[in-house]
Design a protein around this ligand. Structure first.
Ligand code: X2X
Length: 340
């Protein structure tokens, strides 16, 4: 025993002074990273990658464990942002949708038909609007580091192809956390009901709801066709960015060098995530869409005119929520998109 103690104190004495020793004491042995989706999806993969890159870049000083399924808040995505602020969650990659109940400006991305394509999303997240939203998040007590993407949220259902708002009439559609979705789907004549992703899957399986909206990568990896979702409409009405953040106190506790490492790791994981989220779903590469079609799902592509019918009906929702988001920010976003 004595020998062991002596050996341990010798080992300690041999450790380089300063940095790592000083910090090791206040560093947690594990940092908890929250995501909704797991590594089978681009979103969870981004979480895994961020953790891996942080480990490498900090030489193991920062050890991140992924908690998918928003399990740290019992699966309730809409409580994730509050939990990060409170420190129940140390780091997160969250969807703008799930955080918008607390950060009203994030409803920007959910304005129906604001971002018709990837280019328009890039104009927001890579431009001044993205910076403004980071400043908003900073003020709310988190440290935002990078933008990724969940993907274009396309509409699926178990009943019939949807080409017009009339086809959607009365359909029970599961929607995500922000009330803007209730407004948008109500304006289209559907019967929207809000529930978490965890509850959505059994609700689809039992036909308690008829449909849902999610990116194709989510549709495919979650095998929604096996839950009766046989009809898919590509309407490109919105895409939700993912935001990489760290709890403010956790961030403040890290050394300058480690903060830099975590930031660079987030930027790299986010860049990889943007590529992964867009793979197979663009005109040049529609492999993912073909896979979905092979599974017996009917794909309905709206013409510009058909799309306009949905856009026109949701315009009042856009205008109403532009007030909530902040008119200046919306104008800035529209200008950025118009400028490409
Ligand atoms: O719940 C959803 O639909 C999901 C997984 O896409 C989000 O968390 C926004």
């Amino acid at each position: 025993m004595k020998k062991l103690v002596a050996a341990a104190s010798l080992a300690l004495a041999l450790l380089p002074l300063g940095h790592s020793v000083a910090h090791a004491a206040d560093y947690k042995s594990e940092y908890r990273l929250s995501t909704v989706l797991g590594p089978a999806f681009p979103w969870g993969k981004a979480g895994e990658r961020w953790a891996e890159l942080v480990k490498q870049k900090t030489e193991g000083r920062i050890n991140i464990k992924l908690y998918p399924g928003t399990s740290l808040v019992g699966g309730d995505q809409t409580r994730e942002f509050s939990a990060i602020r409170q420190g129940v969650i140390d780091l997160a990659i969250g969807s703008s949708i799930n955080w918008s109940p607390q950060v009203k400006q994030l409803n920007l991305f959910s304005l129906p038909f604001l971002t018709p394509d990837e280019k328009s999303l890039d104009a927001l997240i890579k431009g001044p609007v993205g910076k403004d939203l980071f400043a908003v998040l900073e003020k709310q007590g988190v440290v935002p580091l990078a933008y990724g993407e969940n993907g274009f949220r396309e509409l699926s259902n178990s009943r019939h192809p949807i080409r017009t708002p009339a086809d959607l009439k009365g359909m029970k559609i599961r929607v995500v956390g922000s009330p803007i979705f209730i407004d948008a789907f109500s304006a289209l004549g559907a019967n929207p009901t809000q529930m978490s992703w965890a509850d959505a899957q059994p609700a689809l399986a039992t036909k308690a709801v008829d449909g849902q909206e999610n990116p194709l990568s989510v549709f495919n990896a979650a095998k929604l066709h096996t839950l009766g979702q046989q009809h898919l409409t590509l309407w490109g009405y919105m895409t939700d960015p993912l935001i990489f953040v760290v709890n403010r106190n956790v961030w403040n506790n890290w050394s300058e060098a480690d903060r830099k490492a975590v930031r660079e790791a987030a930027e790299q994981a986010a860049a990889e995530n943007l590529v992964a989220a867009r793979k197979g779903v663009s005109p040049g590469d529609d492999a993912l869409l073909k896979d979905i079609e092979k599974n017996g799902v009917t794909i309905t592509r709206l013409t510009a005119e058909q799309r306009k019918a949905f856009k026109d009906l949701t315009r009042p929702v856009y205008d109403k929520w532009a007030e909530t988001v902040g008119k200046d920010l919306v104008k800035k976003a529209e200008a950025a998109i118009a400028a490409g």
